[in-house]
Design a protein around this ligand. Structure first.
Ligand code: P70
Length: 471
């Protein structure tokens, strides 16, 4: 971890060019569709991109979750799966990878992120306790609420403003957290739930200074600080780029230091860790670990596989190490920025600064004529699909769900449509196609009419809700 930051061929010679640090060994054909097919597919899907068949999608930017291309080393690791029910050697590789790169001593594998969220929420929340966090995430908040917790958003105000250019819009507003502690009492705070980066804010990072301050504050009050490390390596890239004193430190060292200021973490390994399935939970406290290890056998599987195959754990262990490489991360975030720059040239409204995993289009900026109850971001996702078969995801009022007390919609300030970039999957030419399609939809913005919801499931409604166009 002490190696110096790796320079690209272009940087070594003072040139501007750079390229992906890999070449392609296997390809998967894409399917083109015609507009009339897309009209039908979208109607069958109730205008919800989660309900489309992937065969009807051309470029799939629904999510960066589980959609990564694995490396040759990861595929080789898949062949080394030790599918023993208990004590698989792949679990010990995974445990060692998490101890090495994240620095937590006690590890529990889970089938994916929400499996880990379920366990930590059950183990660490008493009914009626508050759970402050830097903006909600859908599954995180749901598990906190199902465990009897009350989520409180303590992110900086800048995070709610898509035009604010602050470099660390994922930071917790320490004043907000202090006020919550003073009002409710430290004993009524279950833990602080810190995500790095912050998905719903647009993939915005948390600074090292902020996590240090939070840790000191939490320690003074005897409150634990748990990290959602789903995209922590991306967060570390932003610290290297933007925070004083970190420019010459490798991402691996920055991420490790970040974790050292927390009491534990969970991860959806389907993102940073470059696999198609997997997750984990890791803590420093032995008695909490014992409780989590006990719970995992009830809900996920034995504590040495947690719902995963041995081969999945091996691929994850290798993927974690690959995710810490500076040249990998530069290319990953470089591709997101390439797309952003094309769109900025056309003044397409989006969250600024651009985050790590996606472009978040500002649907209010596209469709000022639509009320938030007419689902502008869902409308934009539908229009993009109709234009070119590109699949994106709503991150606005539909995702925010309803207030558990009043039953009303939550009306989030951010009404966004996410173009999420899978890791190592698409090329620069695909990004050109996406940019032109977004521009075409932006140019036709005055014609959009909005949607009404005709079916709404009880939990995480955005996954399965159905809509019809307003005429
Ligand atoms: C996405 C995915 C998953 C996720 C996350 C953070 C910061 C936990 C999880 C849960 C998948 C998704 C999930 C809910 C709604 C839409 C999409 N994010 N923490 O696409 O992990 O999915 O493995 O259970 O981003 O952003 P998992």
């Amino acid at each position: 971890m002490s190696e110096i930051v790796h320079r690209t061929m272009g940087q070594q010679s003072g040139r501007r060019s750079w390229a992906e640090p890999w070449k392609i060994k296997m390809v998967e054909p894409l399917r083109m569709t015609r507009r009339e097919d897309r009209v039908k597919a979208l109607a069958d899907a109730g205008c919800n991109t989660f309900l489309l068949r992937s065969d009807d999608v051309y470029i799939d930017l629904l999510t960066d979750s589980g959609t990564n291309a694995m490396s040759d080393r990861q595929w080789a690791g898949m062949m080394l799966g030790d599918e023993a029910y208990a004590g698989s050697r792949n679990f010990y590789h995974l445990e060692e990878a998490i101890q090495t790169w994240y620095g937590y001593p006690y590890v529990v594998p889970t089938h994916q992120g929400r499996g880990a969220e379920h366990l930590i929420s059950r183990a660490a929340i008493r009914k009626g306790q508050y759970v402050p966090g830097n903006m909600y995430f859908t599954t995180t908040r749901l598990h906190q609420e199902l465990a009897g917790g009350i989520f409180v958003d303590v992110i900086v105000d800048a995070a709610h403003d898509p035009t604010d250019l602050s470099p660390f819009k994922g930071d917790v507003d320490v004043g907000k957290l202090e006020r919550l502690i003073a009002e409710r009492g430290a004993d009524n705070i279950a833990y602080v739930s810190l995500a790095a980066t912050v998905n719903m804010a647009g993939g915005q990072p948390v600074s090292m200074a902020n996590v240090k301050t939070l840790h000191a504050l939490c320690q003074r009050h005897g409150i634990r600080l748990f990290l959602d490390a789903t995209r922590l390596m991306e967060n570390a890239f932003f610290i290297q780029e933007r925070e004083g004193g970190y420019a010459d430190q490798p991402i691996a060292a920055i991420a490790h230091e970040f974790c050292s200021h927390t009491d534990g973490a969970w991860m959806s390994a389907k993102k940073d860790a470059l696999v198609n399935i997997g997750g984990w939970l890791a803590v420093r406290d032995q008695s909490l670990f014992e409780e989590l290890r006990n719970l995992v056998v009830v809900y996920e599987g034995l504590h040495t596989y947690g719902g995963l195959a041995g081969r999945d754990m091996e691929a994850m262990a290798i993927g974690i190490a690959e995710s810490t490489q500076d040249d990998h991360m530069r290319a990953r975030i470089g591709q997101v920025r390439y797309l952003a720059e094309l769109l900025q040239d056309w003044a397409v409204p989006m969250v600024q600064p651009v985050g790590g995993h996606a472009i978040f289009l500002d649907a209010r900026g596209f469709y000022p004529q639509l009320a938030q109850s007419e689902f502008p971001a869902q409308t934009l996702a539908a229009e993009l699909y109709l234009d070119s078969g590109i699949r994106s995801m709503e991150r606005g009022v539909v995702s925010a769900g309803r207030d558990v007390e009043t039953g009303d919609h939550h009306y989030p300030k951010l009404e966004l449509t996410r173009l999420t970039i899978p890791r190592r999957v698409y090329t620069q030419a695909h990004m050109d196609v996406v940019a032109e399609s977004v521009k075409a939809v932006y140019d036709a913005r005055a014609e959009a009419r909005g949607l009404r919801m005709v079916y709404e499931p009880k939990y995480l409604r955005f996954f399965q809700a159905r809509f019809e166009p307003l005429s």
